[in-house]
Design a protein around this ligand. Sequence first.
Ligand SMILES: Nc1ncnc2c1ncn2[C@@H]1O[C@H](COP(=O)(O)OP(=O)(O)O)[C@@H](O)[C@H]1O
Ligand SMILES: [Mg+2]
Length: 395
Amino acid sequence: MMAALPNSPFRPGFGSSPPVLAGRADLIADFADGLTDGPGSSARVSFYTGSRGVGKTVLLNALENSAREQGWVIVAETCTPGLVSRLVENRLPTLYEGIADSPPRRRTTGVSTAAVGGVTWKNTPESVRDLRAWVDAITDALAERDSGLLLTIDEIHPRHMSELVEVASVVQHAIREERQVAFAGAALSSSREGILKGDSTTFLRRADWRELGRIPDAEAARAIREPIEGAHRQVTDAAVAAALDAAQGYAFLVQLLGDLMWKNRPTEALITAEDVIEVVPKASRRMGATILGPDLEGLSQIDRTYLLAMALEKVPRSTGRIASRMGVDPGFANVYRQRLIGAGVIRANGYGNVEFVTPGMDQYILERTDITELPLPLPPSADPPSPPTTATSGE
Ligand SMILES: Nc1ncnc2c1ncn2[C@@H]1O[C@H](COP(=O)(O)OP(=O)(O)O)[C@@H](O)[C@H]1O
Ligand SMILES: [Mg+2]
């Protein structure tokens, strides 16, 4: 009988924590310091943005773990409809019961909200009063135990801001009262502007905003090598180098390539560069379906034409040459450049140049016939631009 093949140690799925969390030690330490420093610390309200697959959800999980190690209690939620009622009716009461020796005096849906200043809160929606009452009750109970409450909210989207703003107002208030509360949120980079616009409380404006970037090569190498060796196989330096080259520090690709190279010749003890070369096309297809395709959803024809003209340019990609390839004047092209930067698809890279945010996007665009069939140069009567609507699924 053949021995069972060892399972892949990699975690190429959204929201699954990787075996080696690479390149985020500073962010985690900054947040942990905020918890130690006390209610005045700006790191206690942190907000992480980045493209799909950059590692936002995994980072929130790591922050939760590090807070837990400091003795904090955690409520992890997603910014989807029903957020406030989930918190008020389920998550916070359950948490409270776990903390307090005796349950709070309860009305139908919450703790005694009258006790927390009925006068000031007269015009506040009941859900917010309940939310605040629970946060007060929990932080009171935690204060006696030298602990605090961390609330994490993933996938914050401008479309679902109203409930987030309710949560934000309660957290902001609790911080003003010097309660032990911290907040960490995550959103796509393209959502940042819309989120700030929808936030009536200044809470998010004052938050510590961090953009998640690519993982440095030395760290990404560790994220590939250590899980393989930990699972009792070996990997050549050339294989690691080839994987780094293909992953370009992009967290999702690090896991995906690790997983595919592991599975390519599962009975061999040694993973080689050849394994990497063989699995790269599969990794690209998976990237296209799960990340690059959704990134392009909701972009207009002219946005896509800009991206095609850009993909056709040699690196570094000059905005001037992109405009002339499109057959439009630089001012017109610049409107689309700005839109695409706002949508998180491209970014400025030095003076007068742009680059794609997600590795492989140029190849993906060049290979997609539905994109490359667009007319170049543009017809003269191109419609004036309107704000882009980026993909709404998920985040
Ligand atoms: N710091 C990291 N080091 C290694 N792999 C990571 C890291 N962060 C995320 N990943 C991997 O990347 C993939 C996407 O992570 P996820 O947090 O779901 O991304 P996002 O929430 O930004 O879309 C997962 O497979 C995860 O295991
Ligand atoms: Mg996520």
